[in-house]
Design a binder for this molecule. Structure first.
Ligand code: ATP
Ligand code: MG
Length: 183
């Protein structure tokens, strides 16, 4: 299932530009031209993870902003794989220090209600963490009560290098070029 990173990012940005309102701005911080890269992975699952974390940010933020930054890991040392880093920052209610180790537990929900009371099940972060780990990534966050939260996660996706192109003698030059790039 190859897909363009650019495509998934553009769709997410479109979706959340609509969700912003006069109290909470959505700030995408992405150099879209960096993501003209075809990868192999689960487009739907990756979208769901990003949406889970962004939905939380909006749910627990009454005023300020939700910022989404996406970067390619320049220090990636794994050949044929691309690590992508997502950072979601909000200016919301934050997470109580006593609760901080629990937010990734299934069904855990903080004591403090979100302003819009949209309940949920407490599974969003638990499921996201599971999938992120399966995708060779990890998720961490820092948070300060009444100040906001920053969630950061990464995933590892395989670069889509077309095997047929590699085999074709016509493309020998290209193949050598690709090999150099991948080396
Ligand atoms: P669901 O995602 O299943 O709809 P949920 O959002 O309550 O429900 P999680 O996404 O797993 O569940 O989050 C667990 C808890 O972590 C939340 O109930 C909330 O207390 C806390 N939390 C998560 N993200 C944030 C955030 N950005 N700001 C403040 N608290 C958060
Ligand atoms: Mg949630």
């Amino acid at each position: 299932k190859p897909f363009l990173l650019k495509e998934i990012i553009e769709n997410i940005i479109k979706e959340y530009k609509i969700k912003q309102n006069r109290y909470v701005k959505f700030i995408p911080d992405v150099k879209i031209e960096d993501f003209d890269i075809k990868v192999i992975g689960d487009y739907t699952k990756l979208s769901q993870i990003i949406q889970n974390i962004l939905n939380n940010a909006f749910k627990f933020t009454e005023e300020g902003f939700v910022k989404l930054s996406i970067k390619l890991d320049r220090f990636n040392t794994l050949k044929n794989f691309q690590r992508i880093i997502f950072i979601i920052e909000d200016t919301g209610i934050g997470i109580d220090e006593n609760e901080q180790s629990k937010v990734f537990e299934p069904f855990y929900q903080g004591k403090r209600k979100s302003h819009n009371e949209s309940g949920g099940t407490g599974l969003g972060l638990a499921i996201s963490k599971e999938i992120i780990n399966l995708m060779g990534g990890e998720i961490i966050y820092i948070s300060k009560e009444d100040r906001g939260s920053i969630f950061k996660f990464s995933v590892l996706l395989k670069n889509n290098v077309n095997e047929e192109i590699l085999k074709s003698p016509k493309n020998k030059e290209n193949v050598e070029g690709i090999k150099v790039l991948l080396a």
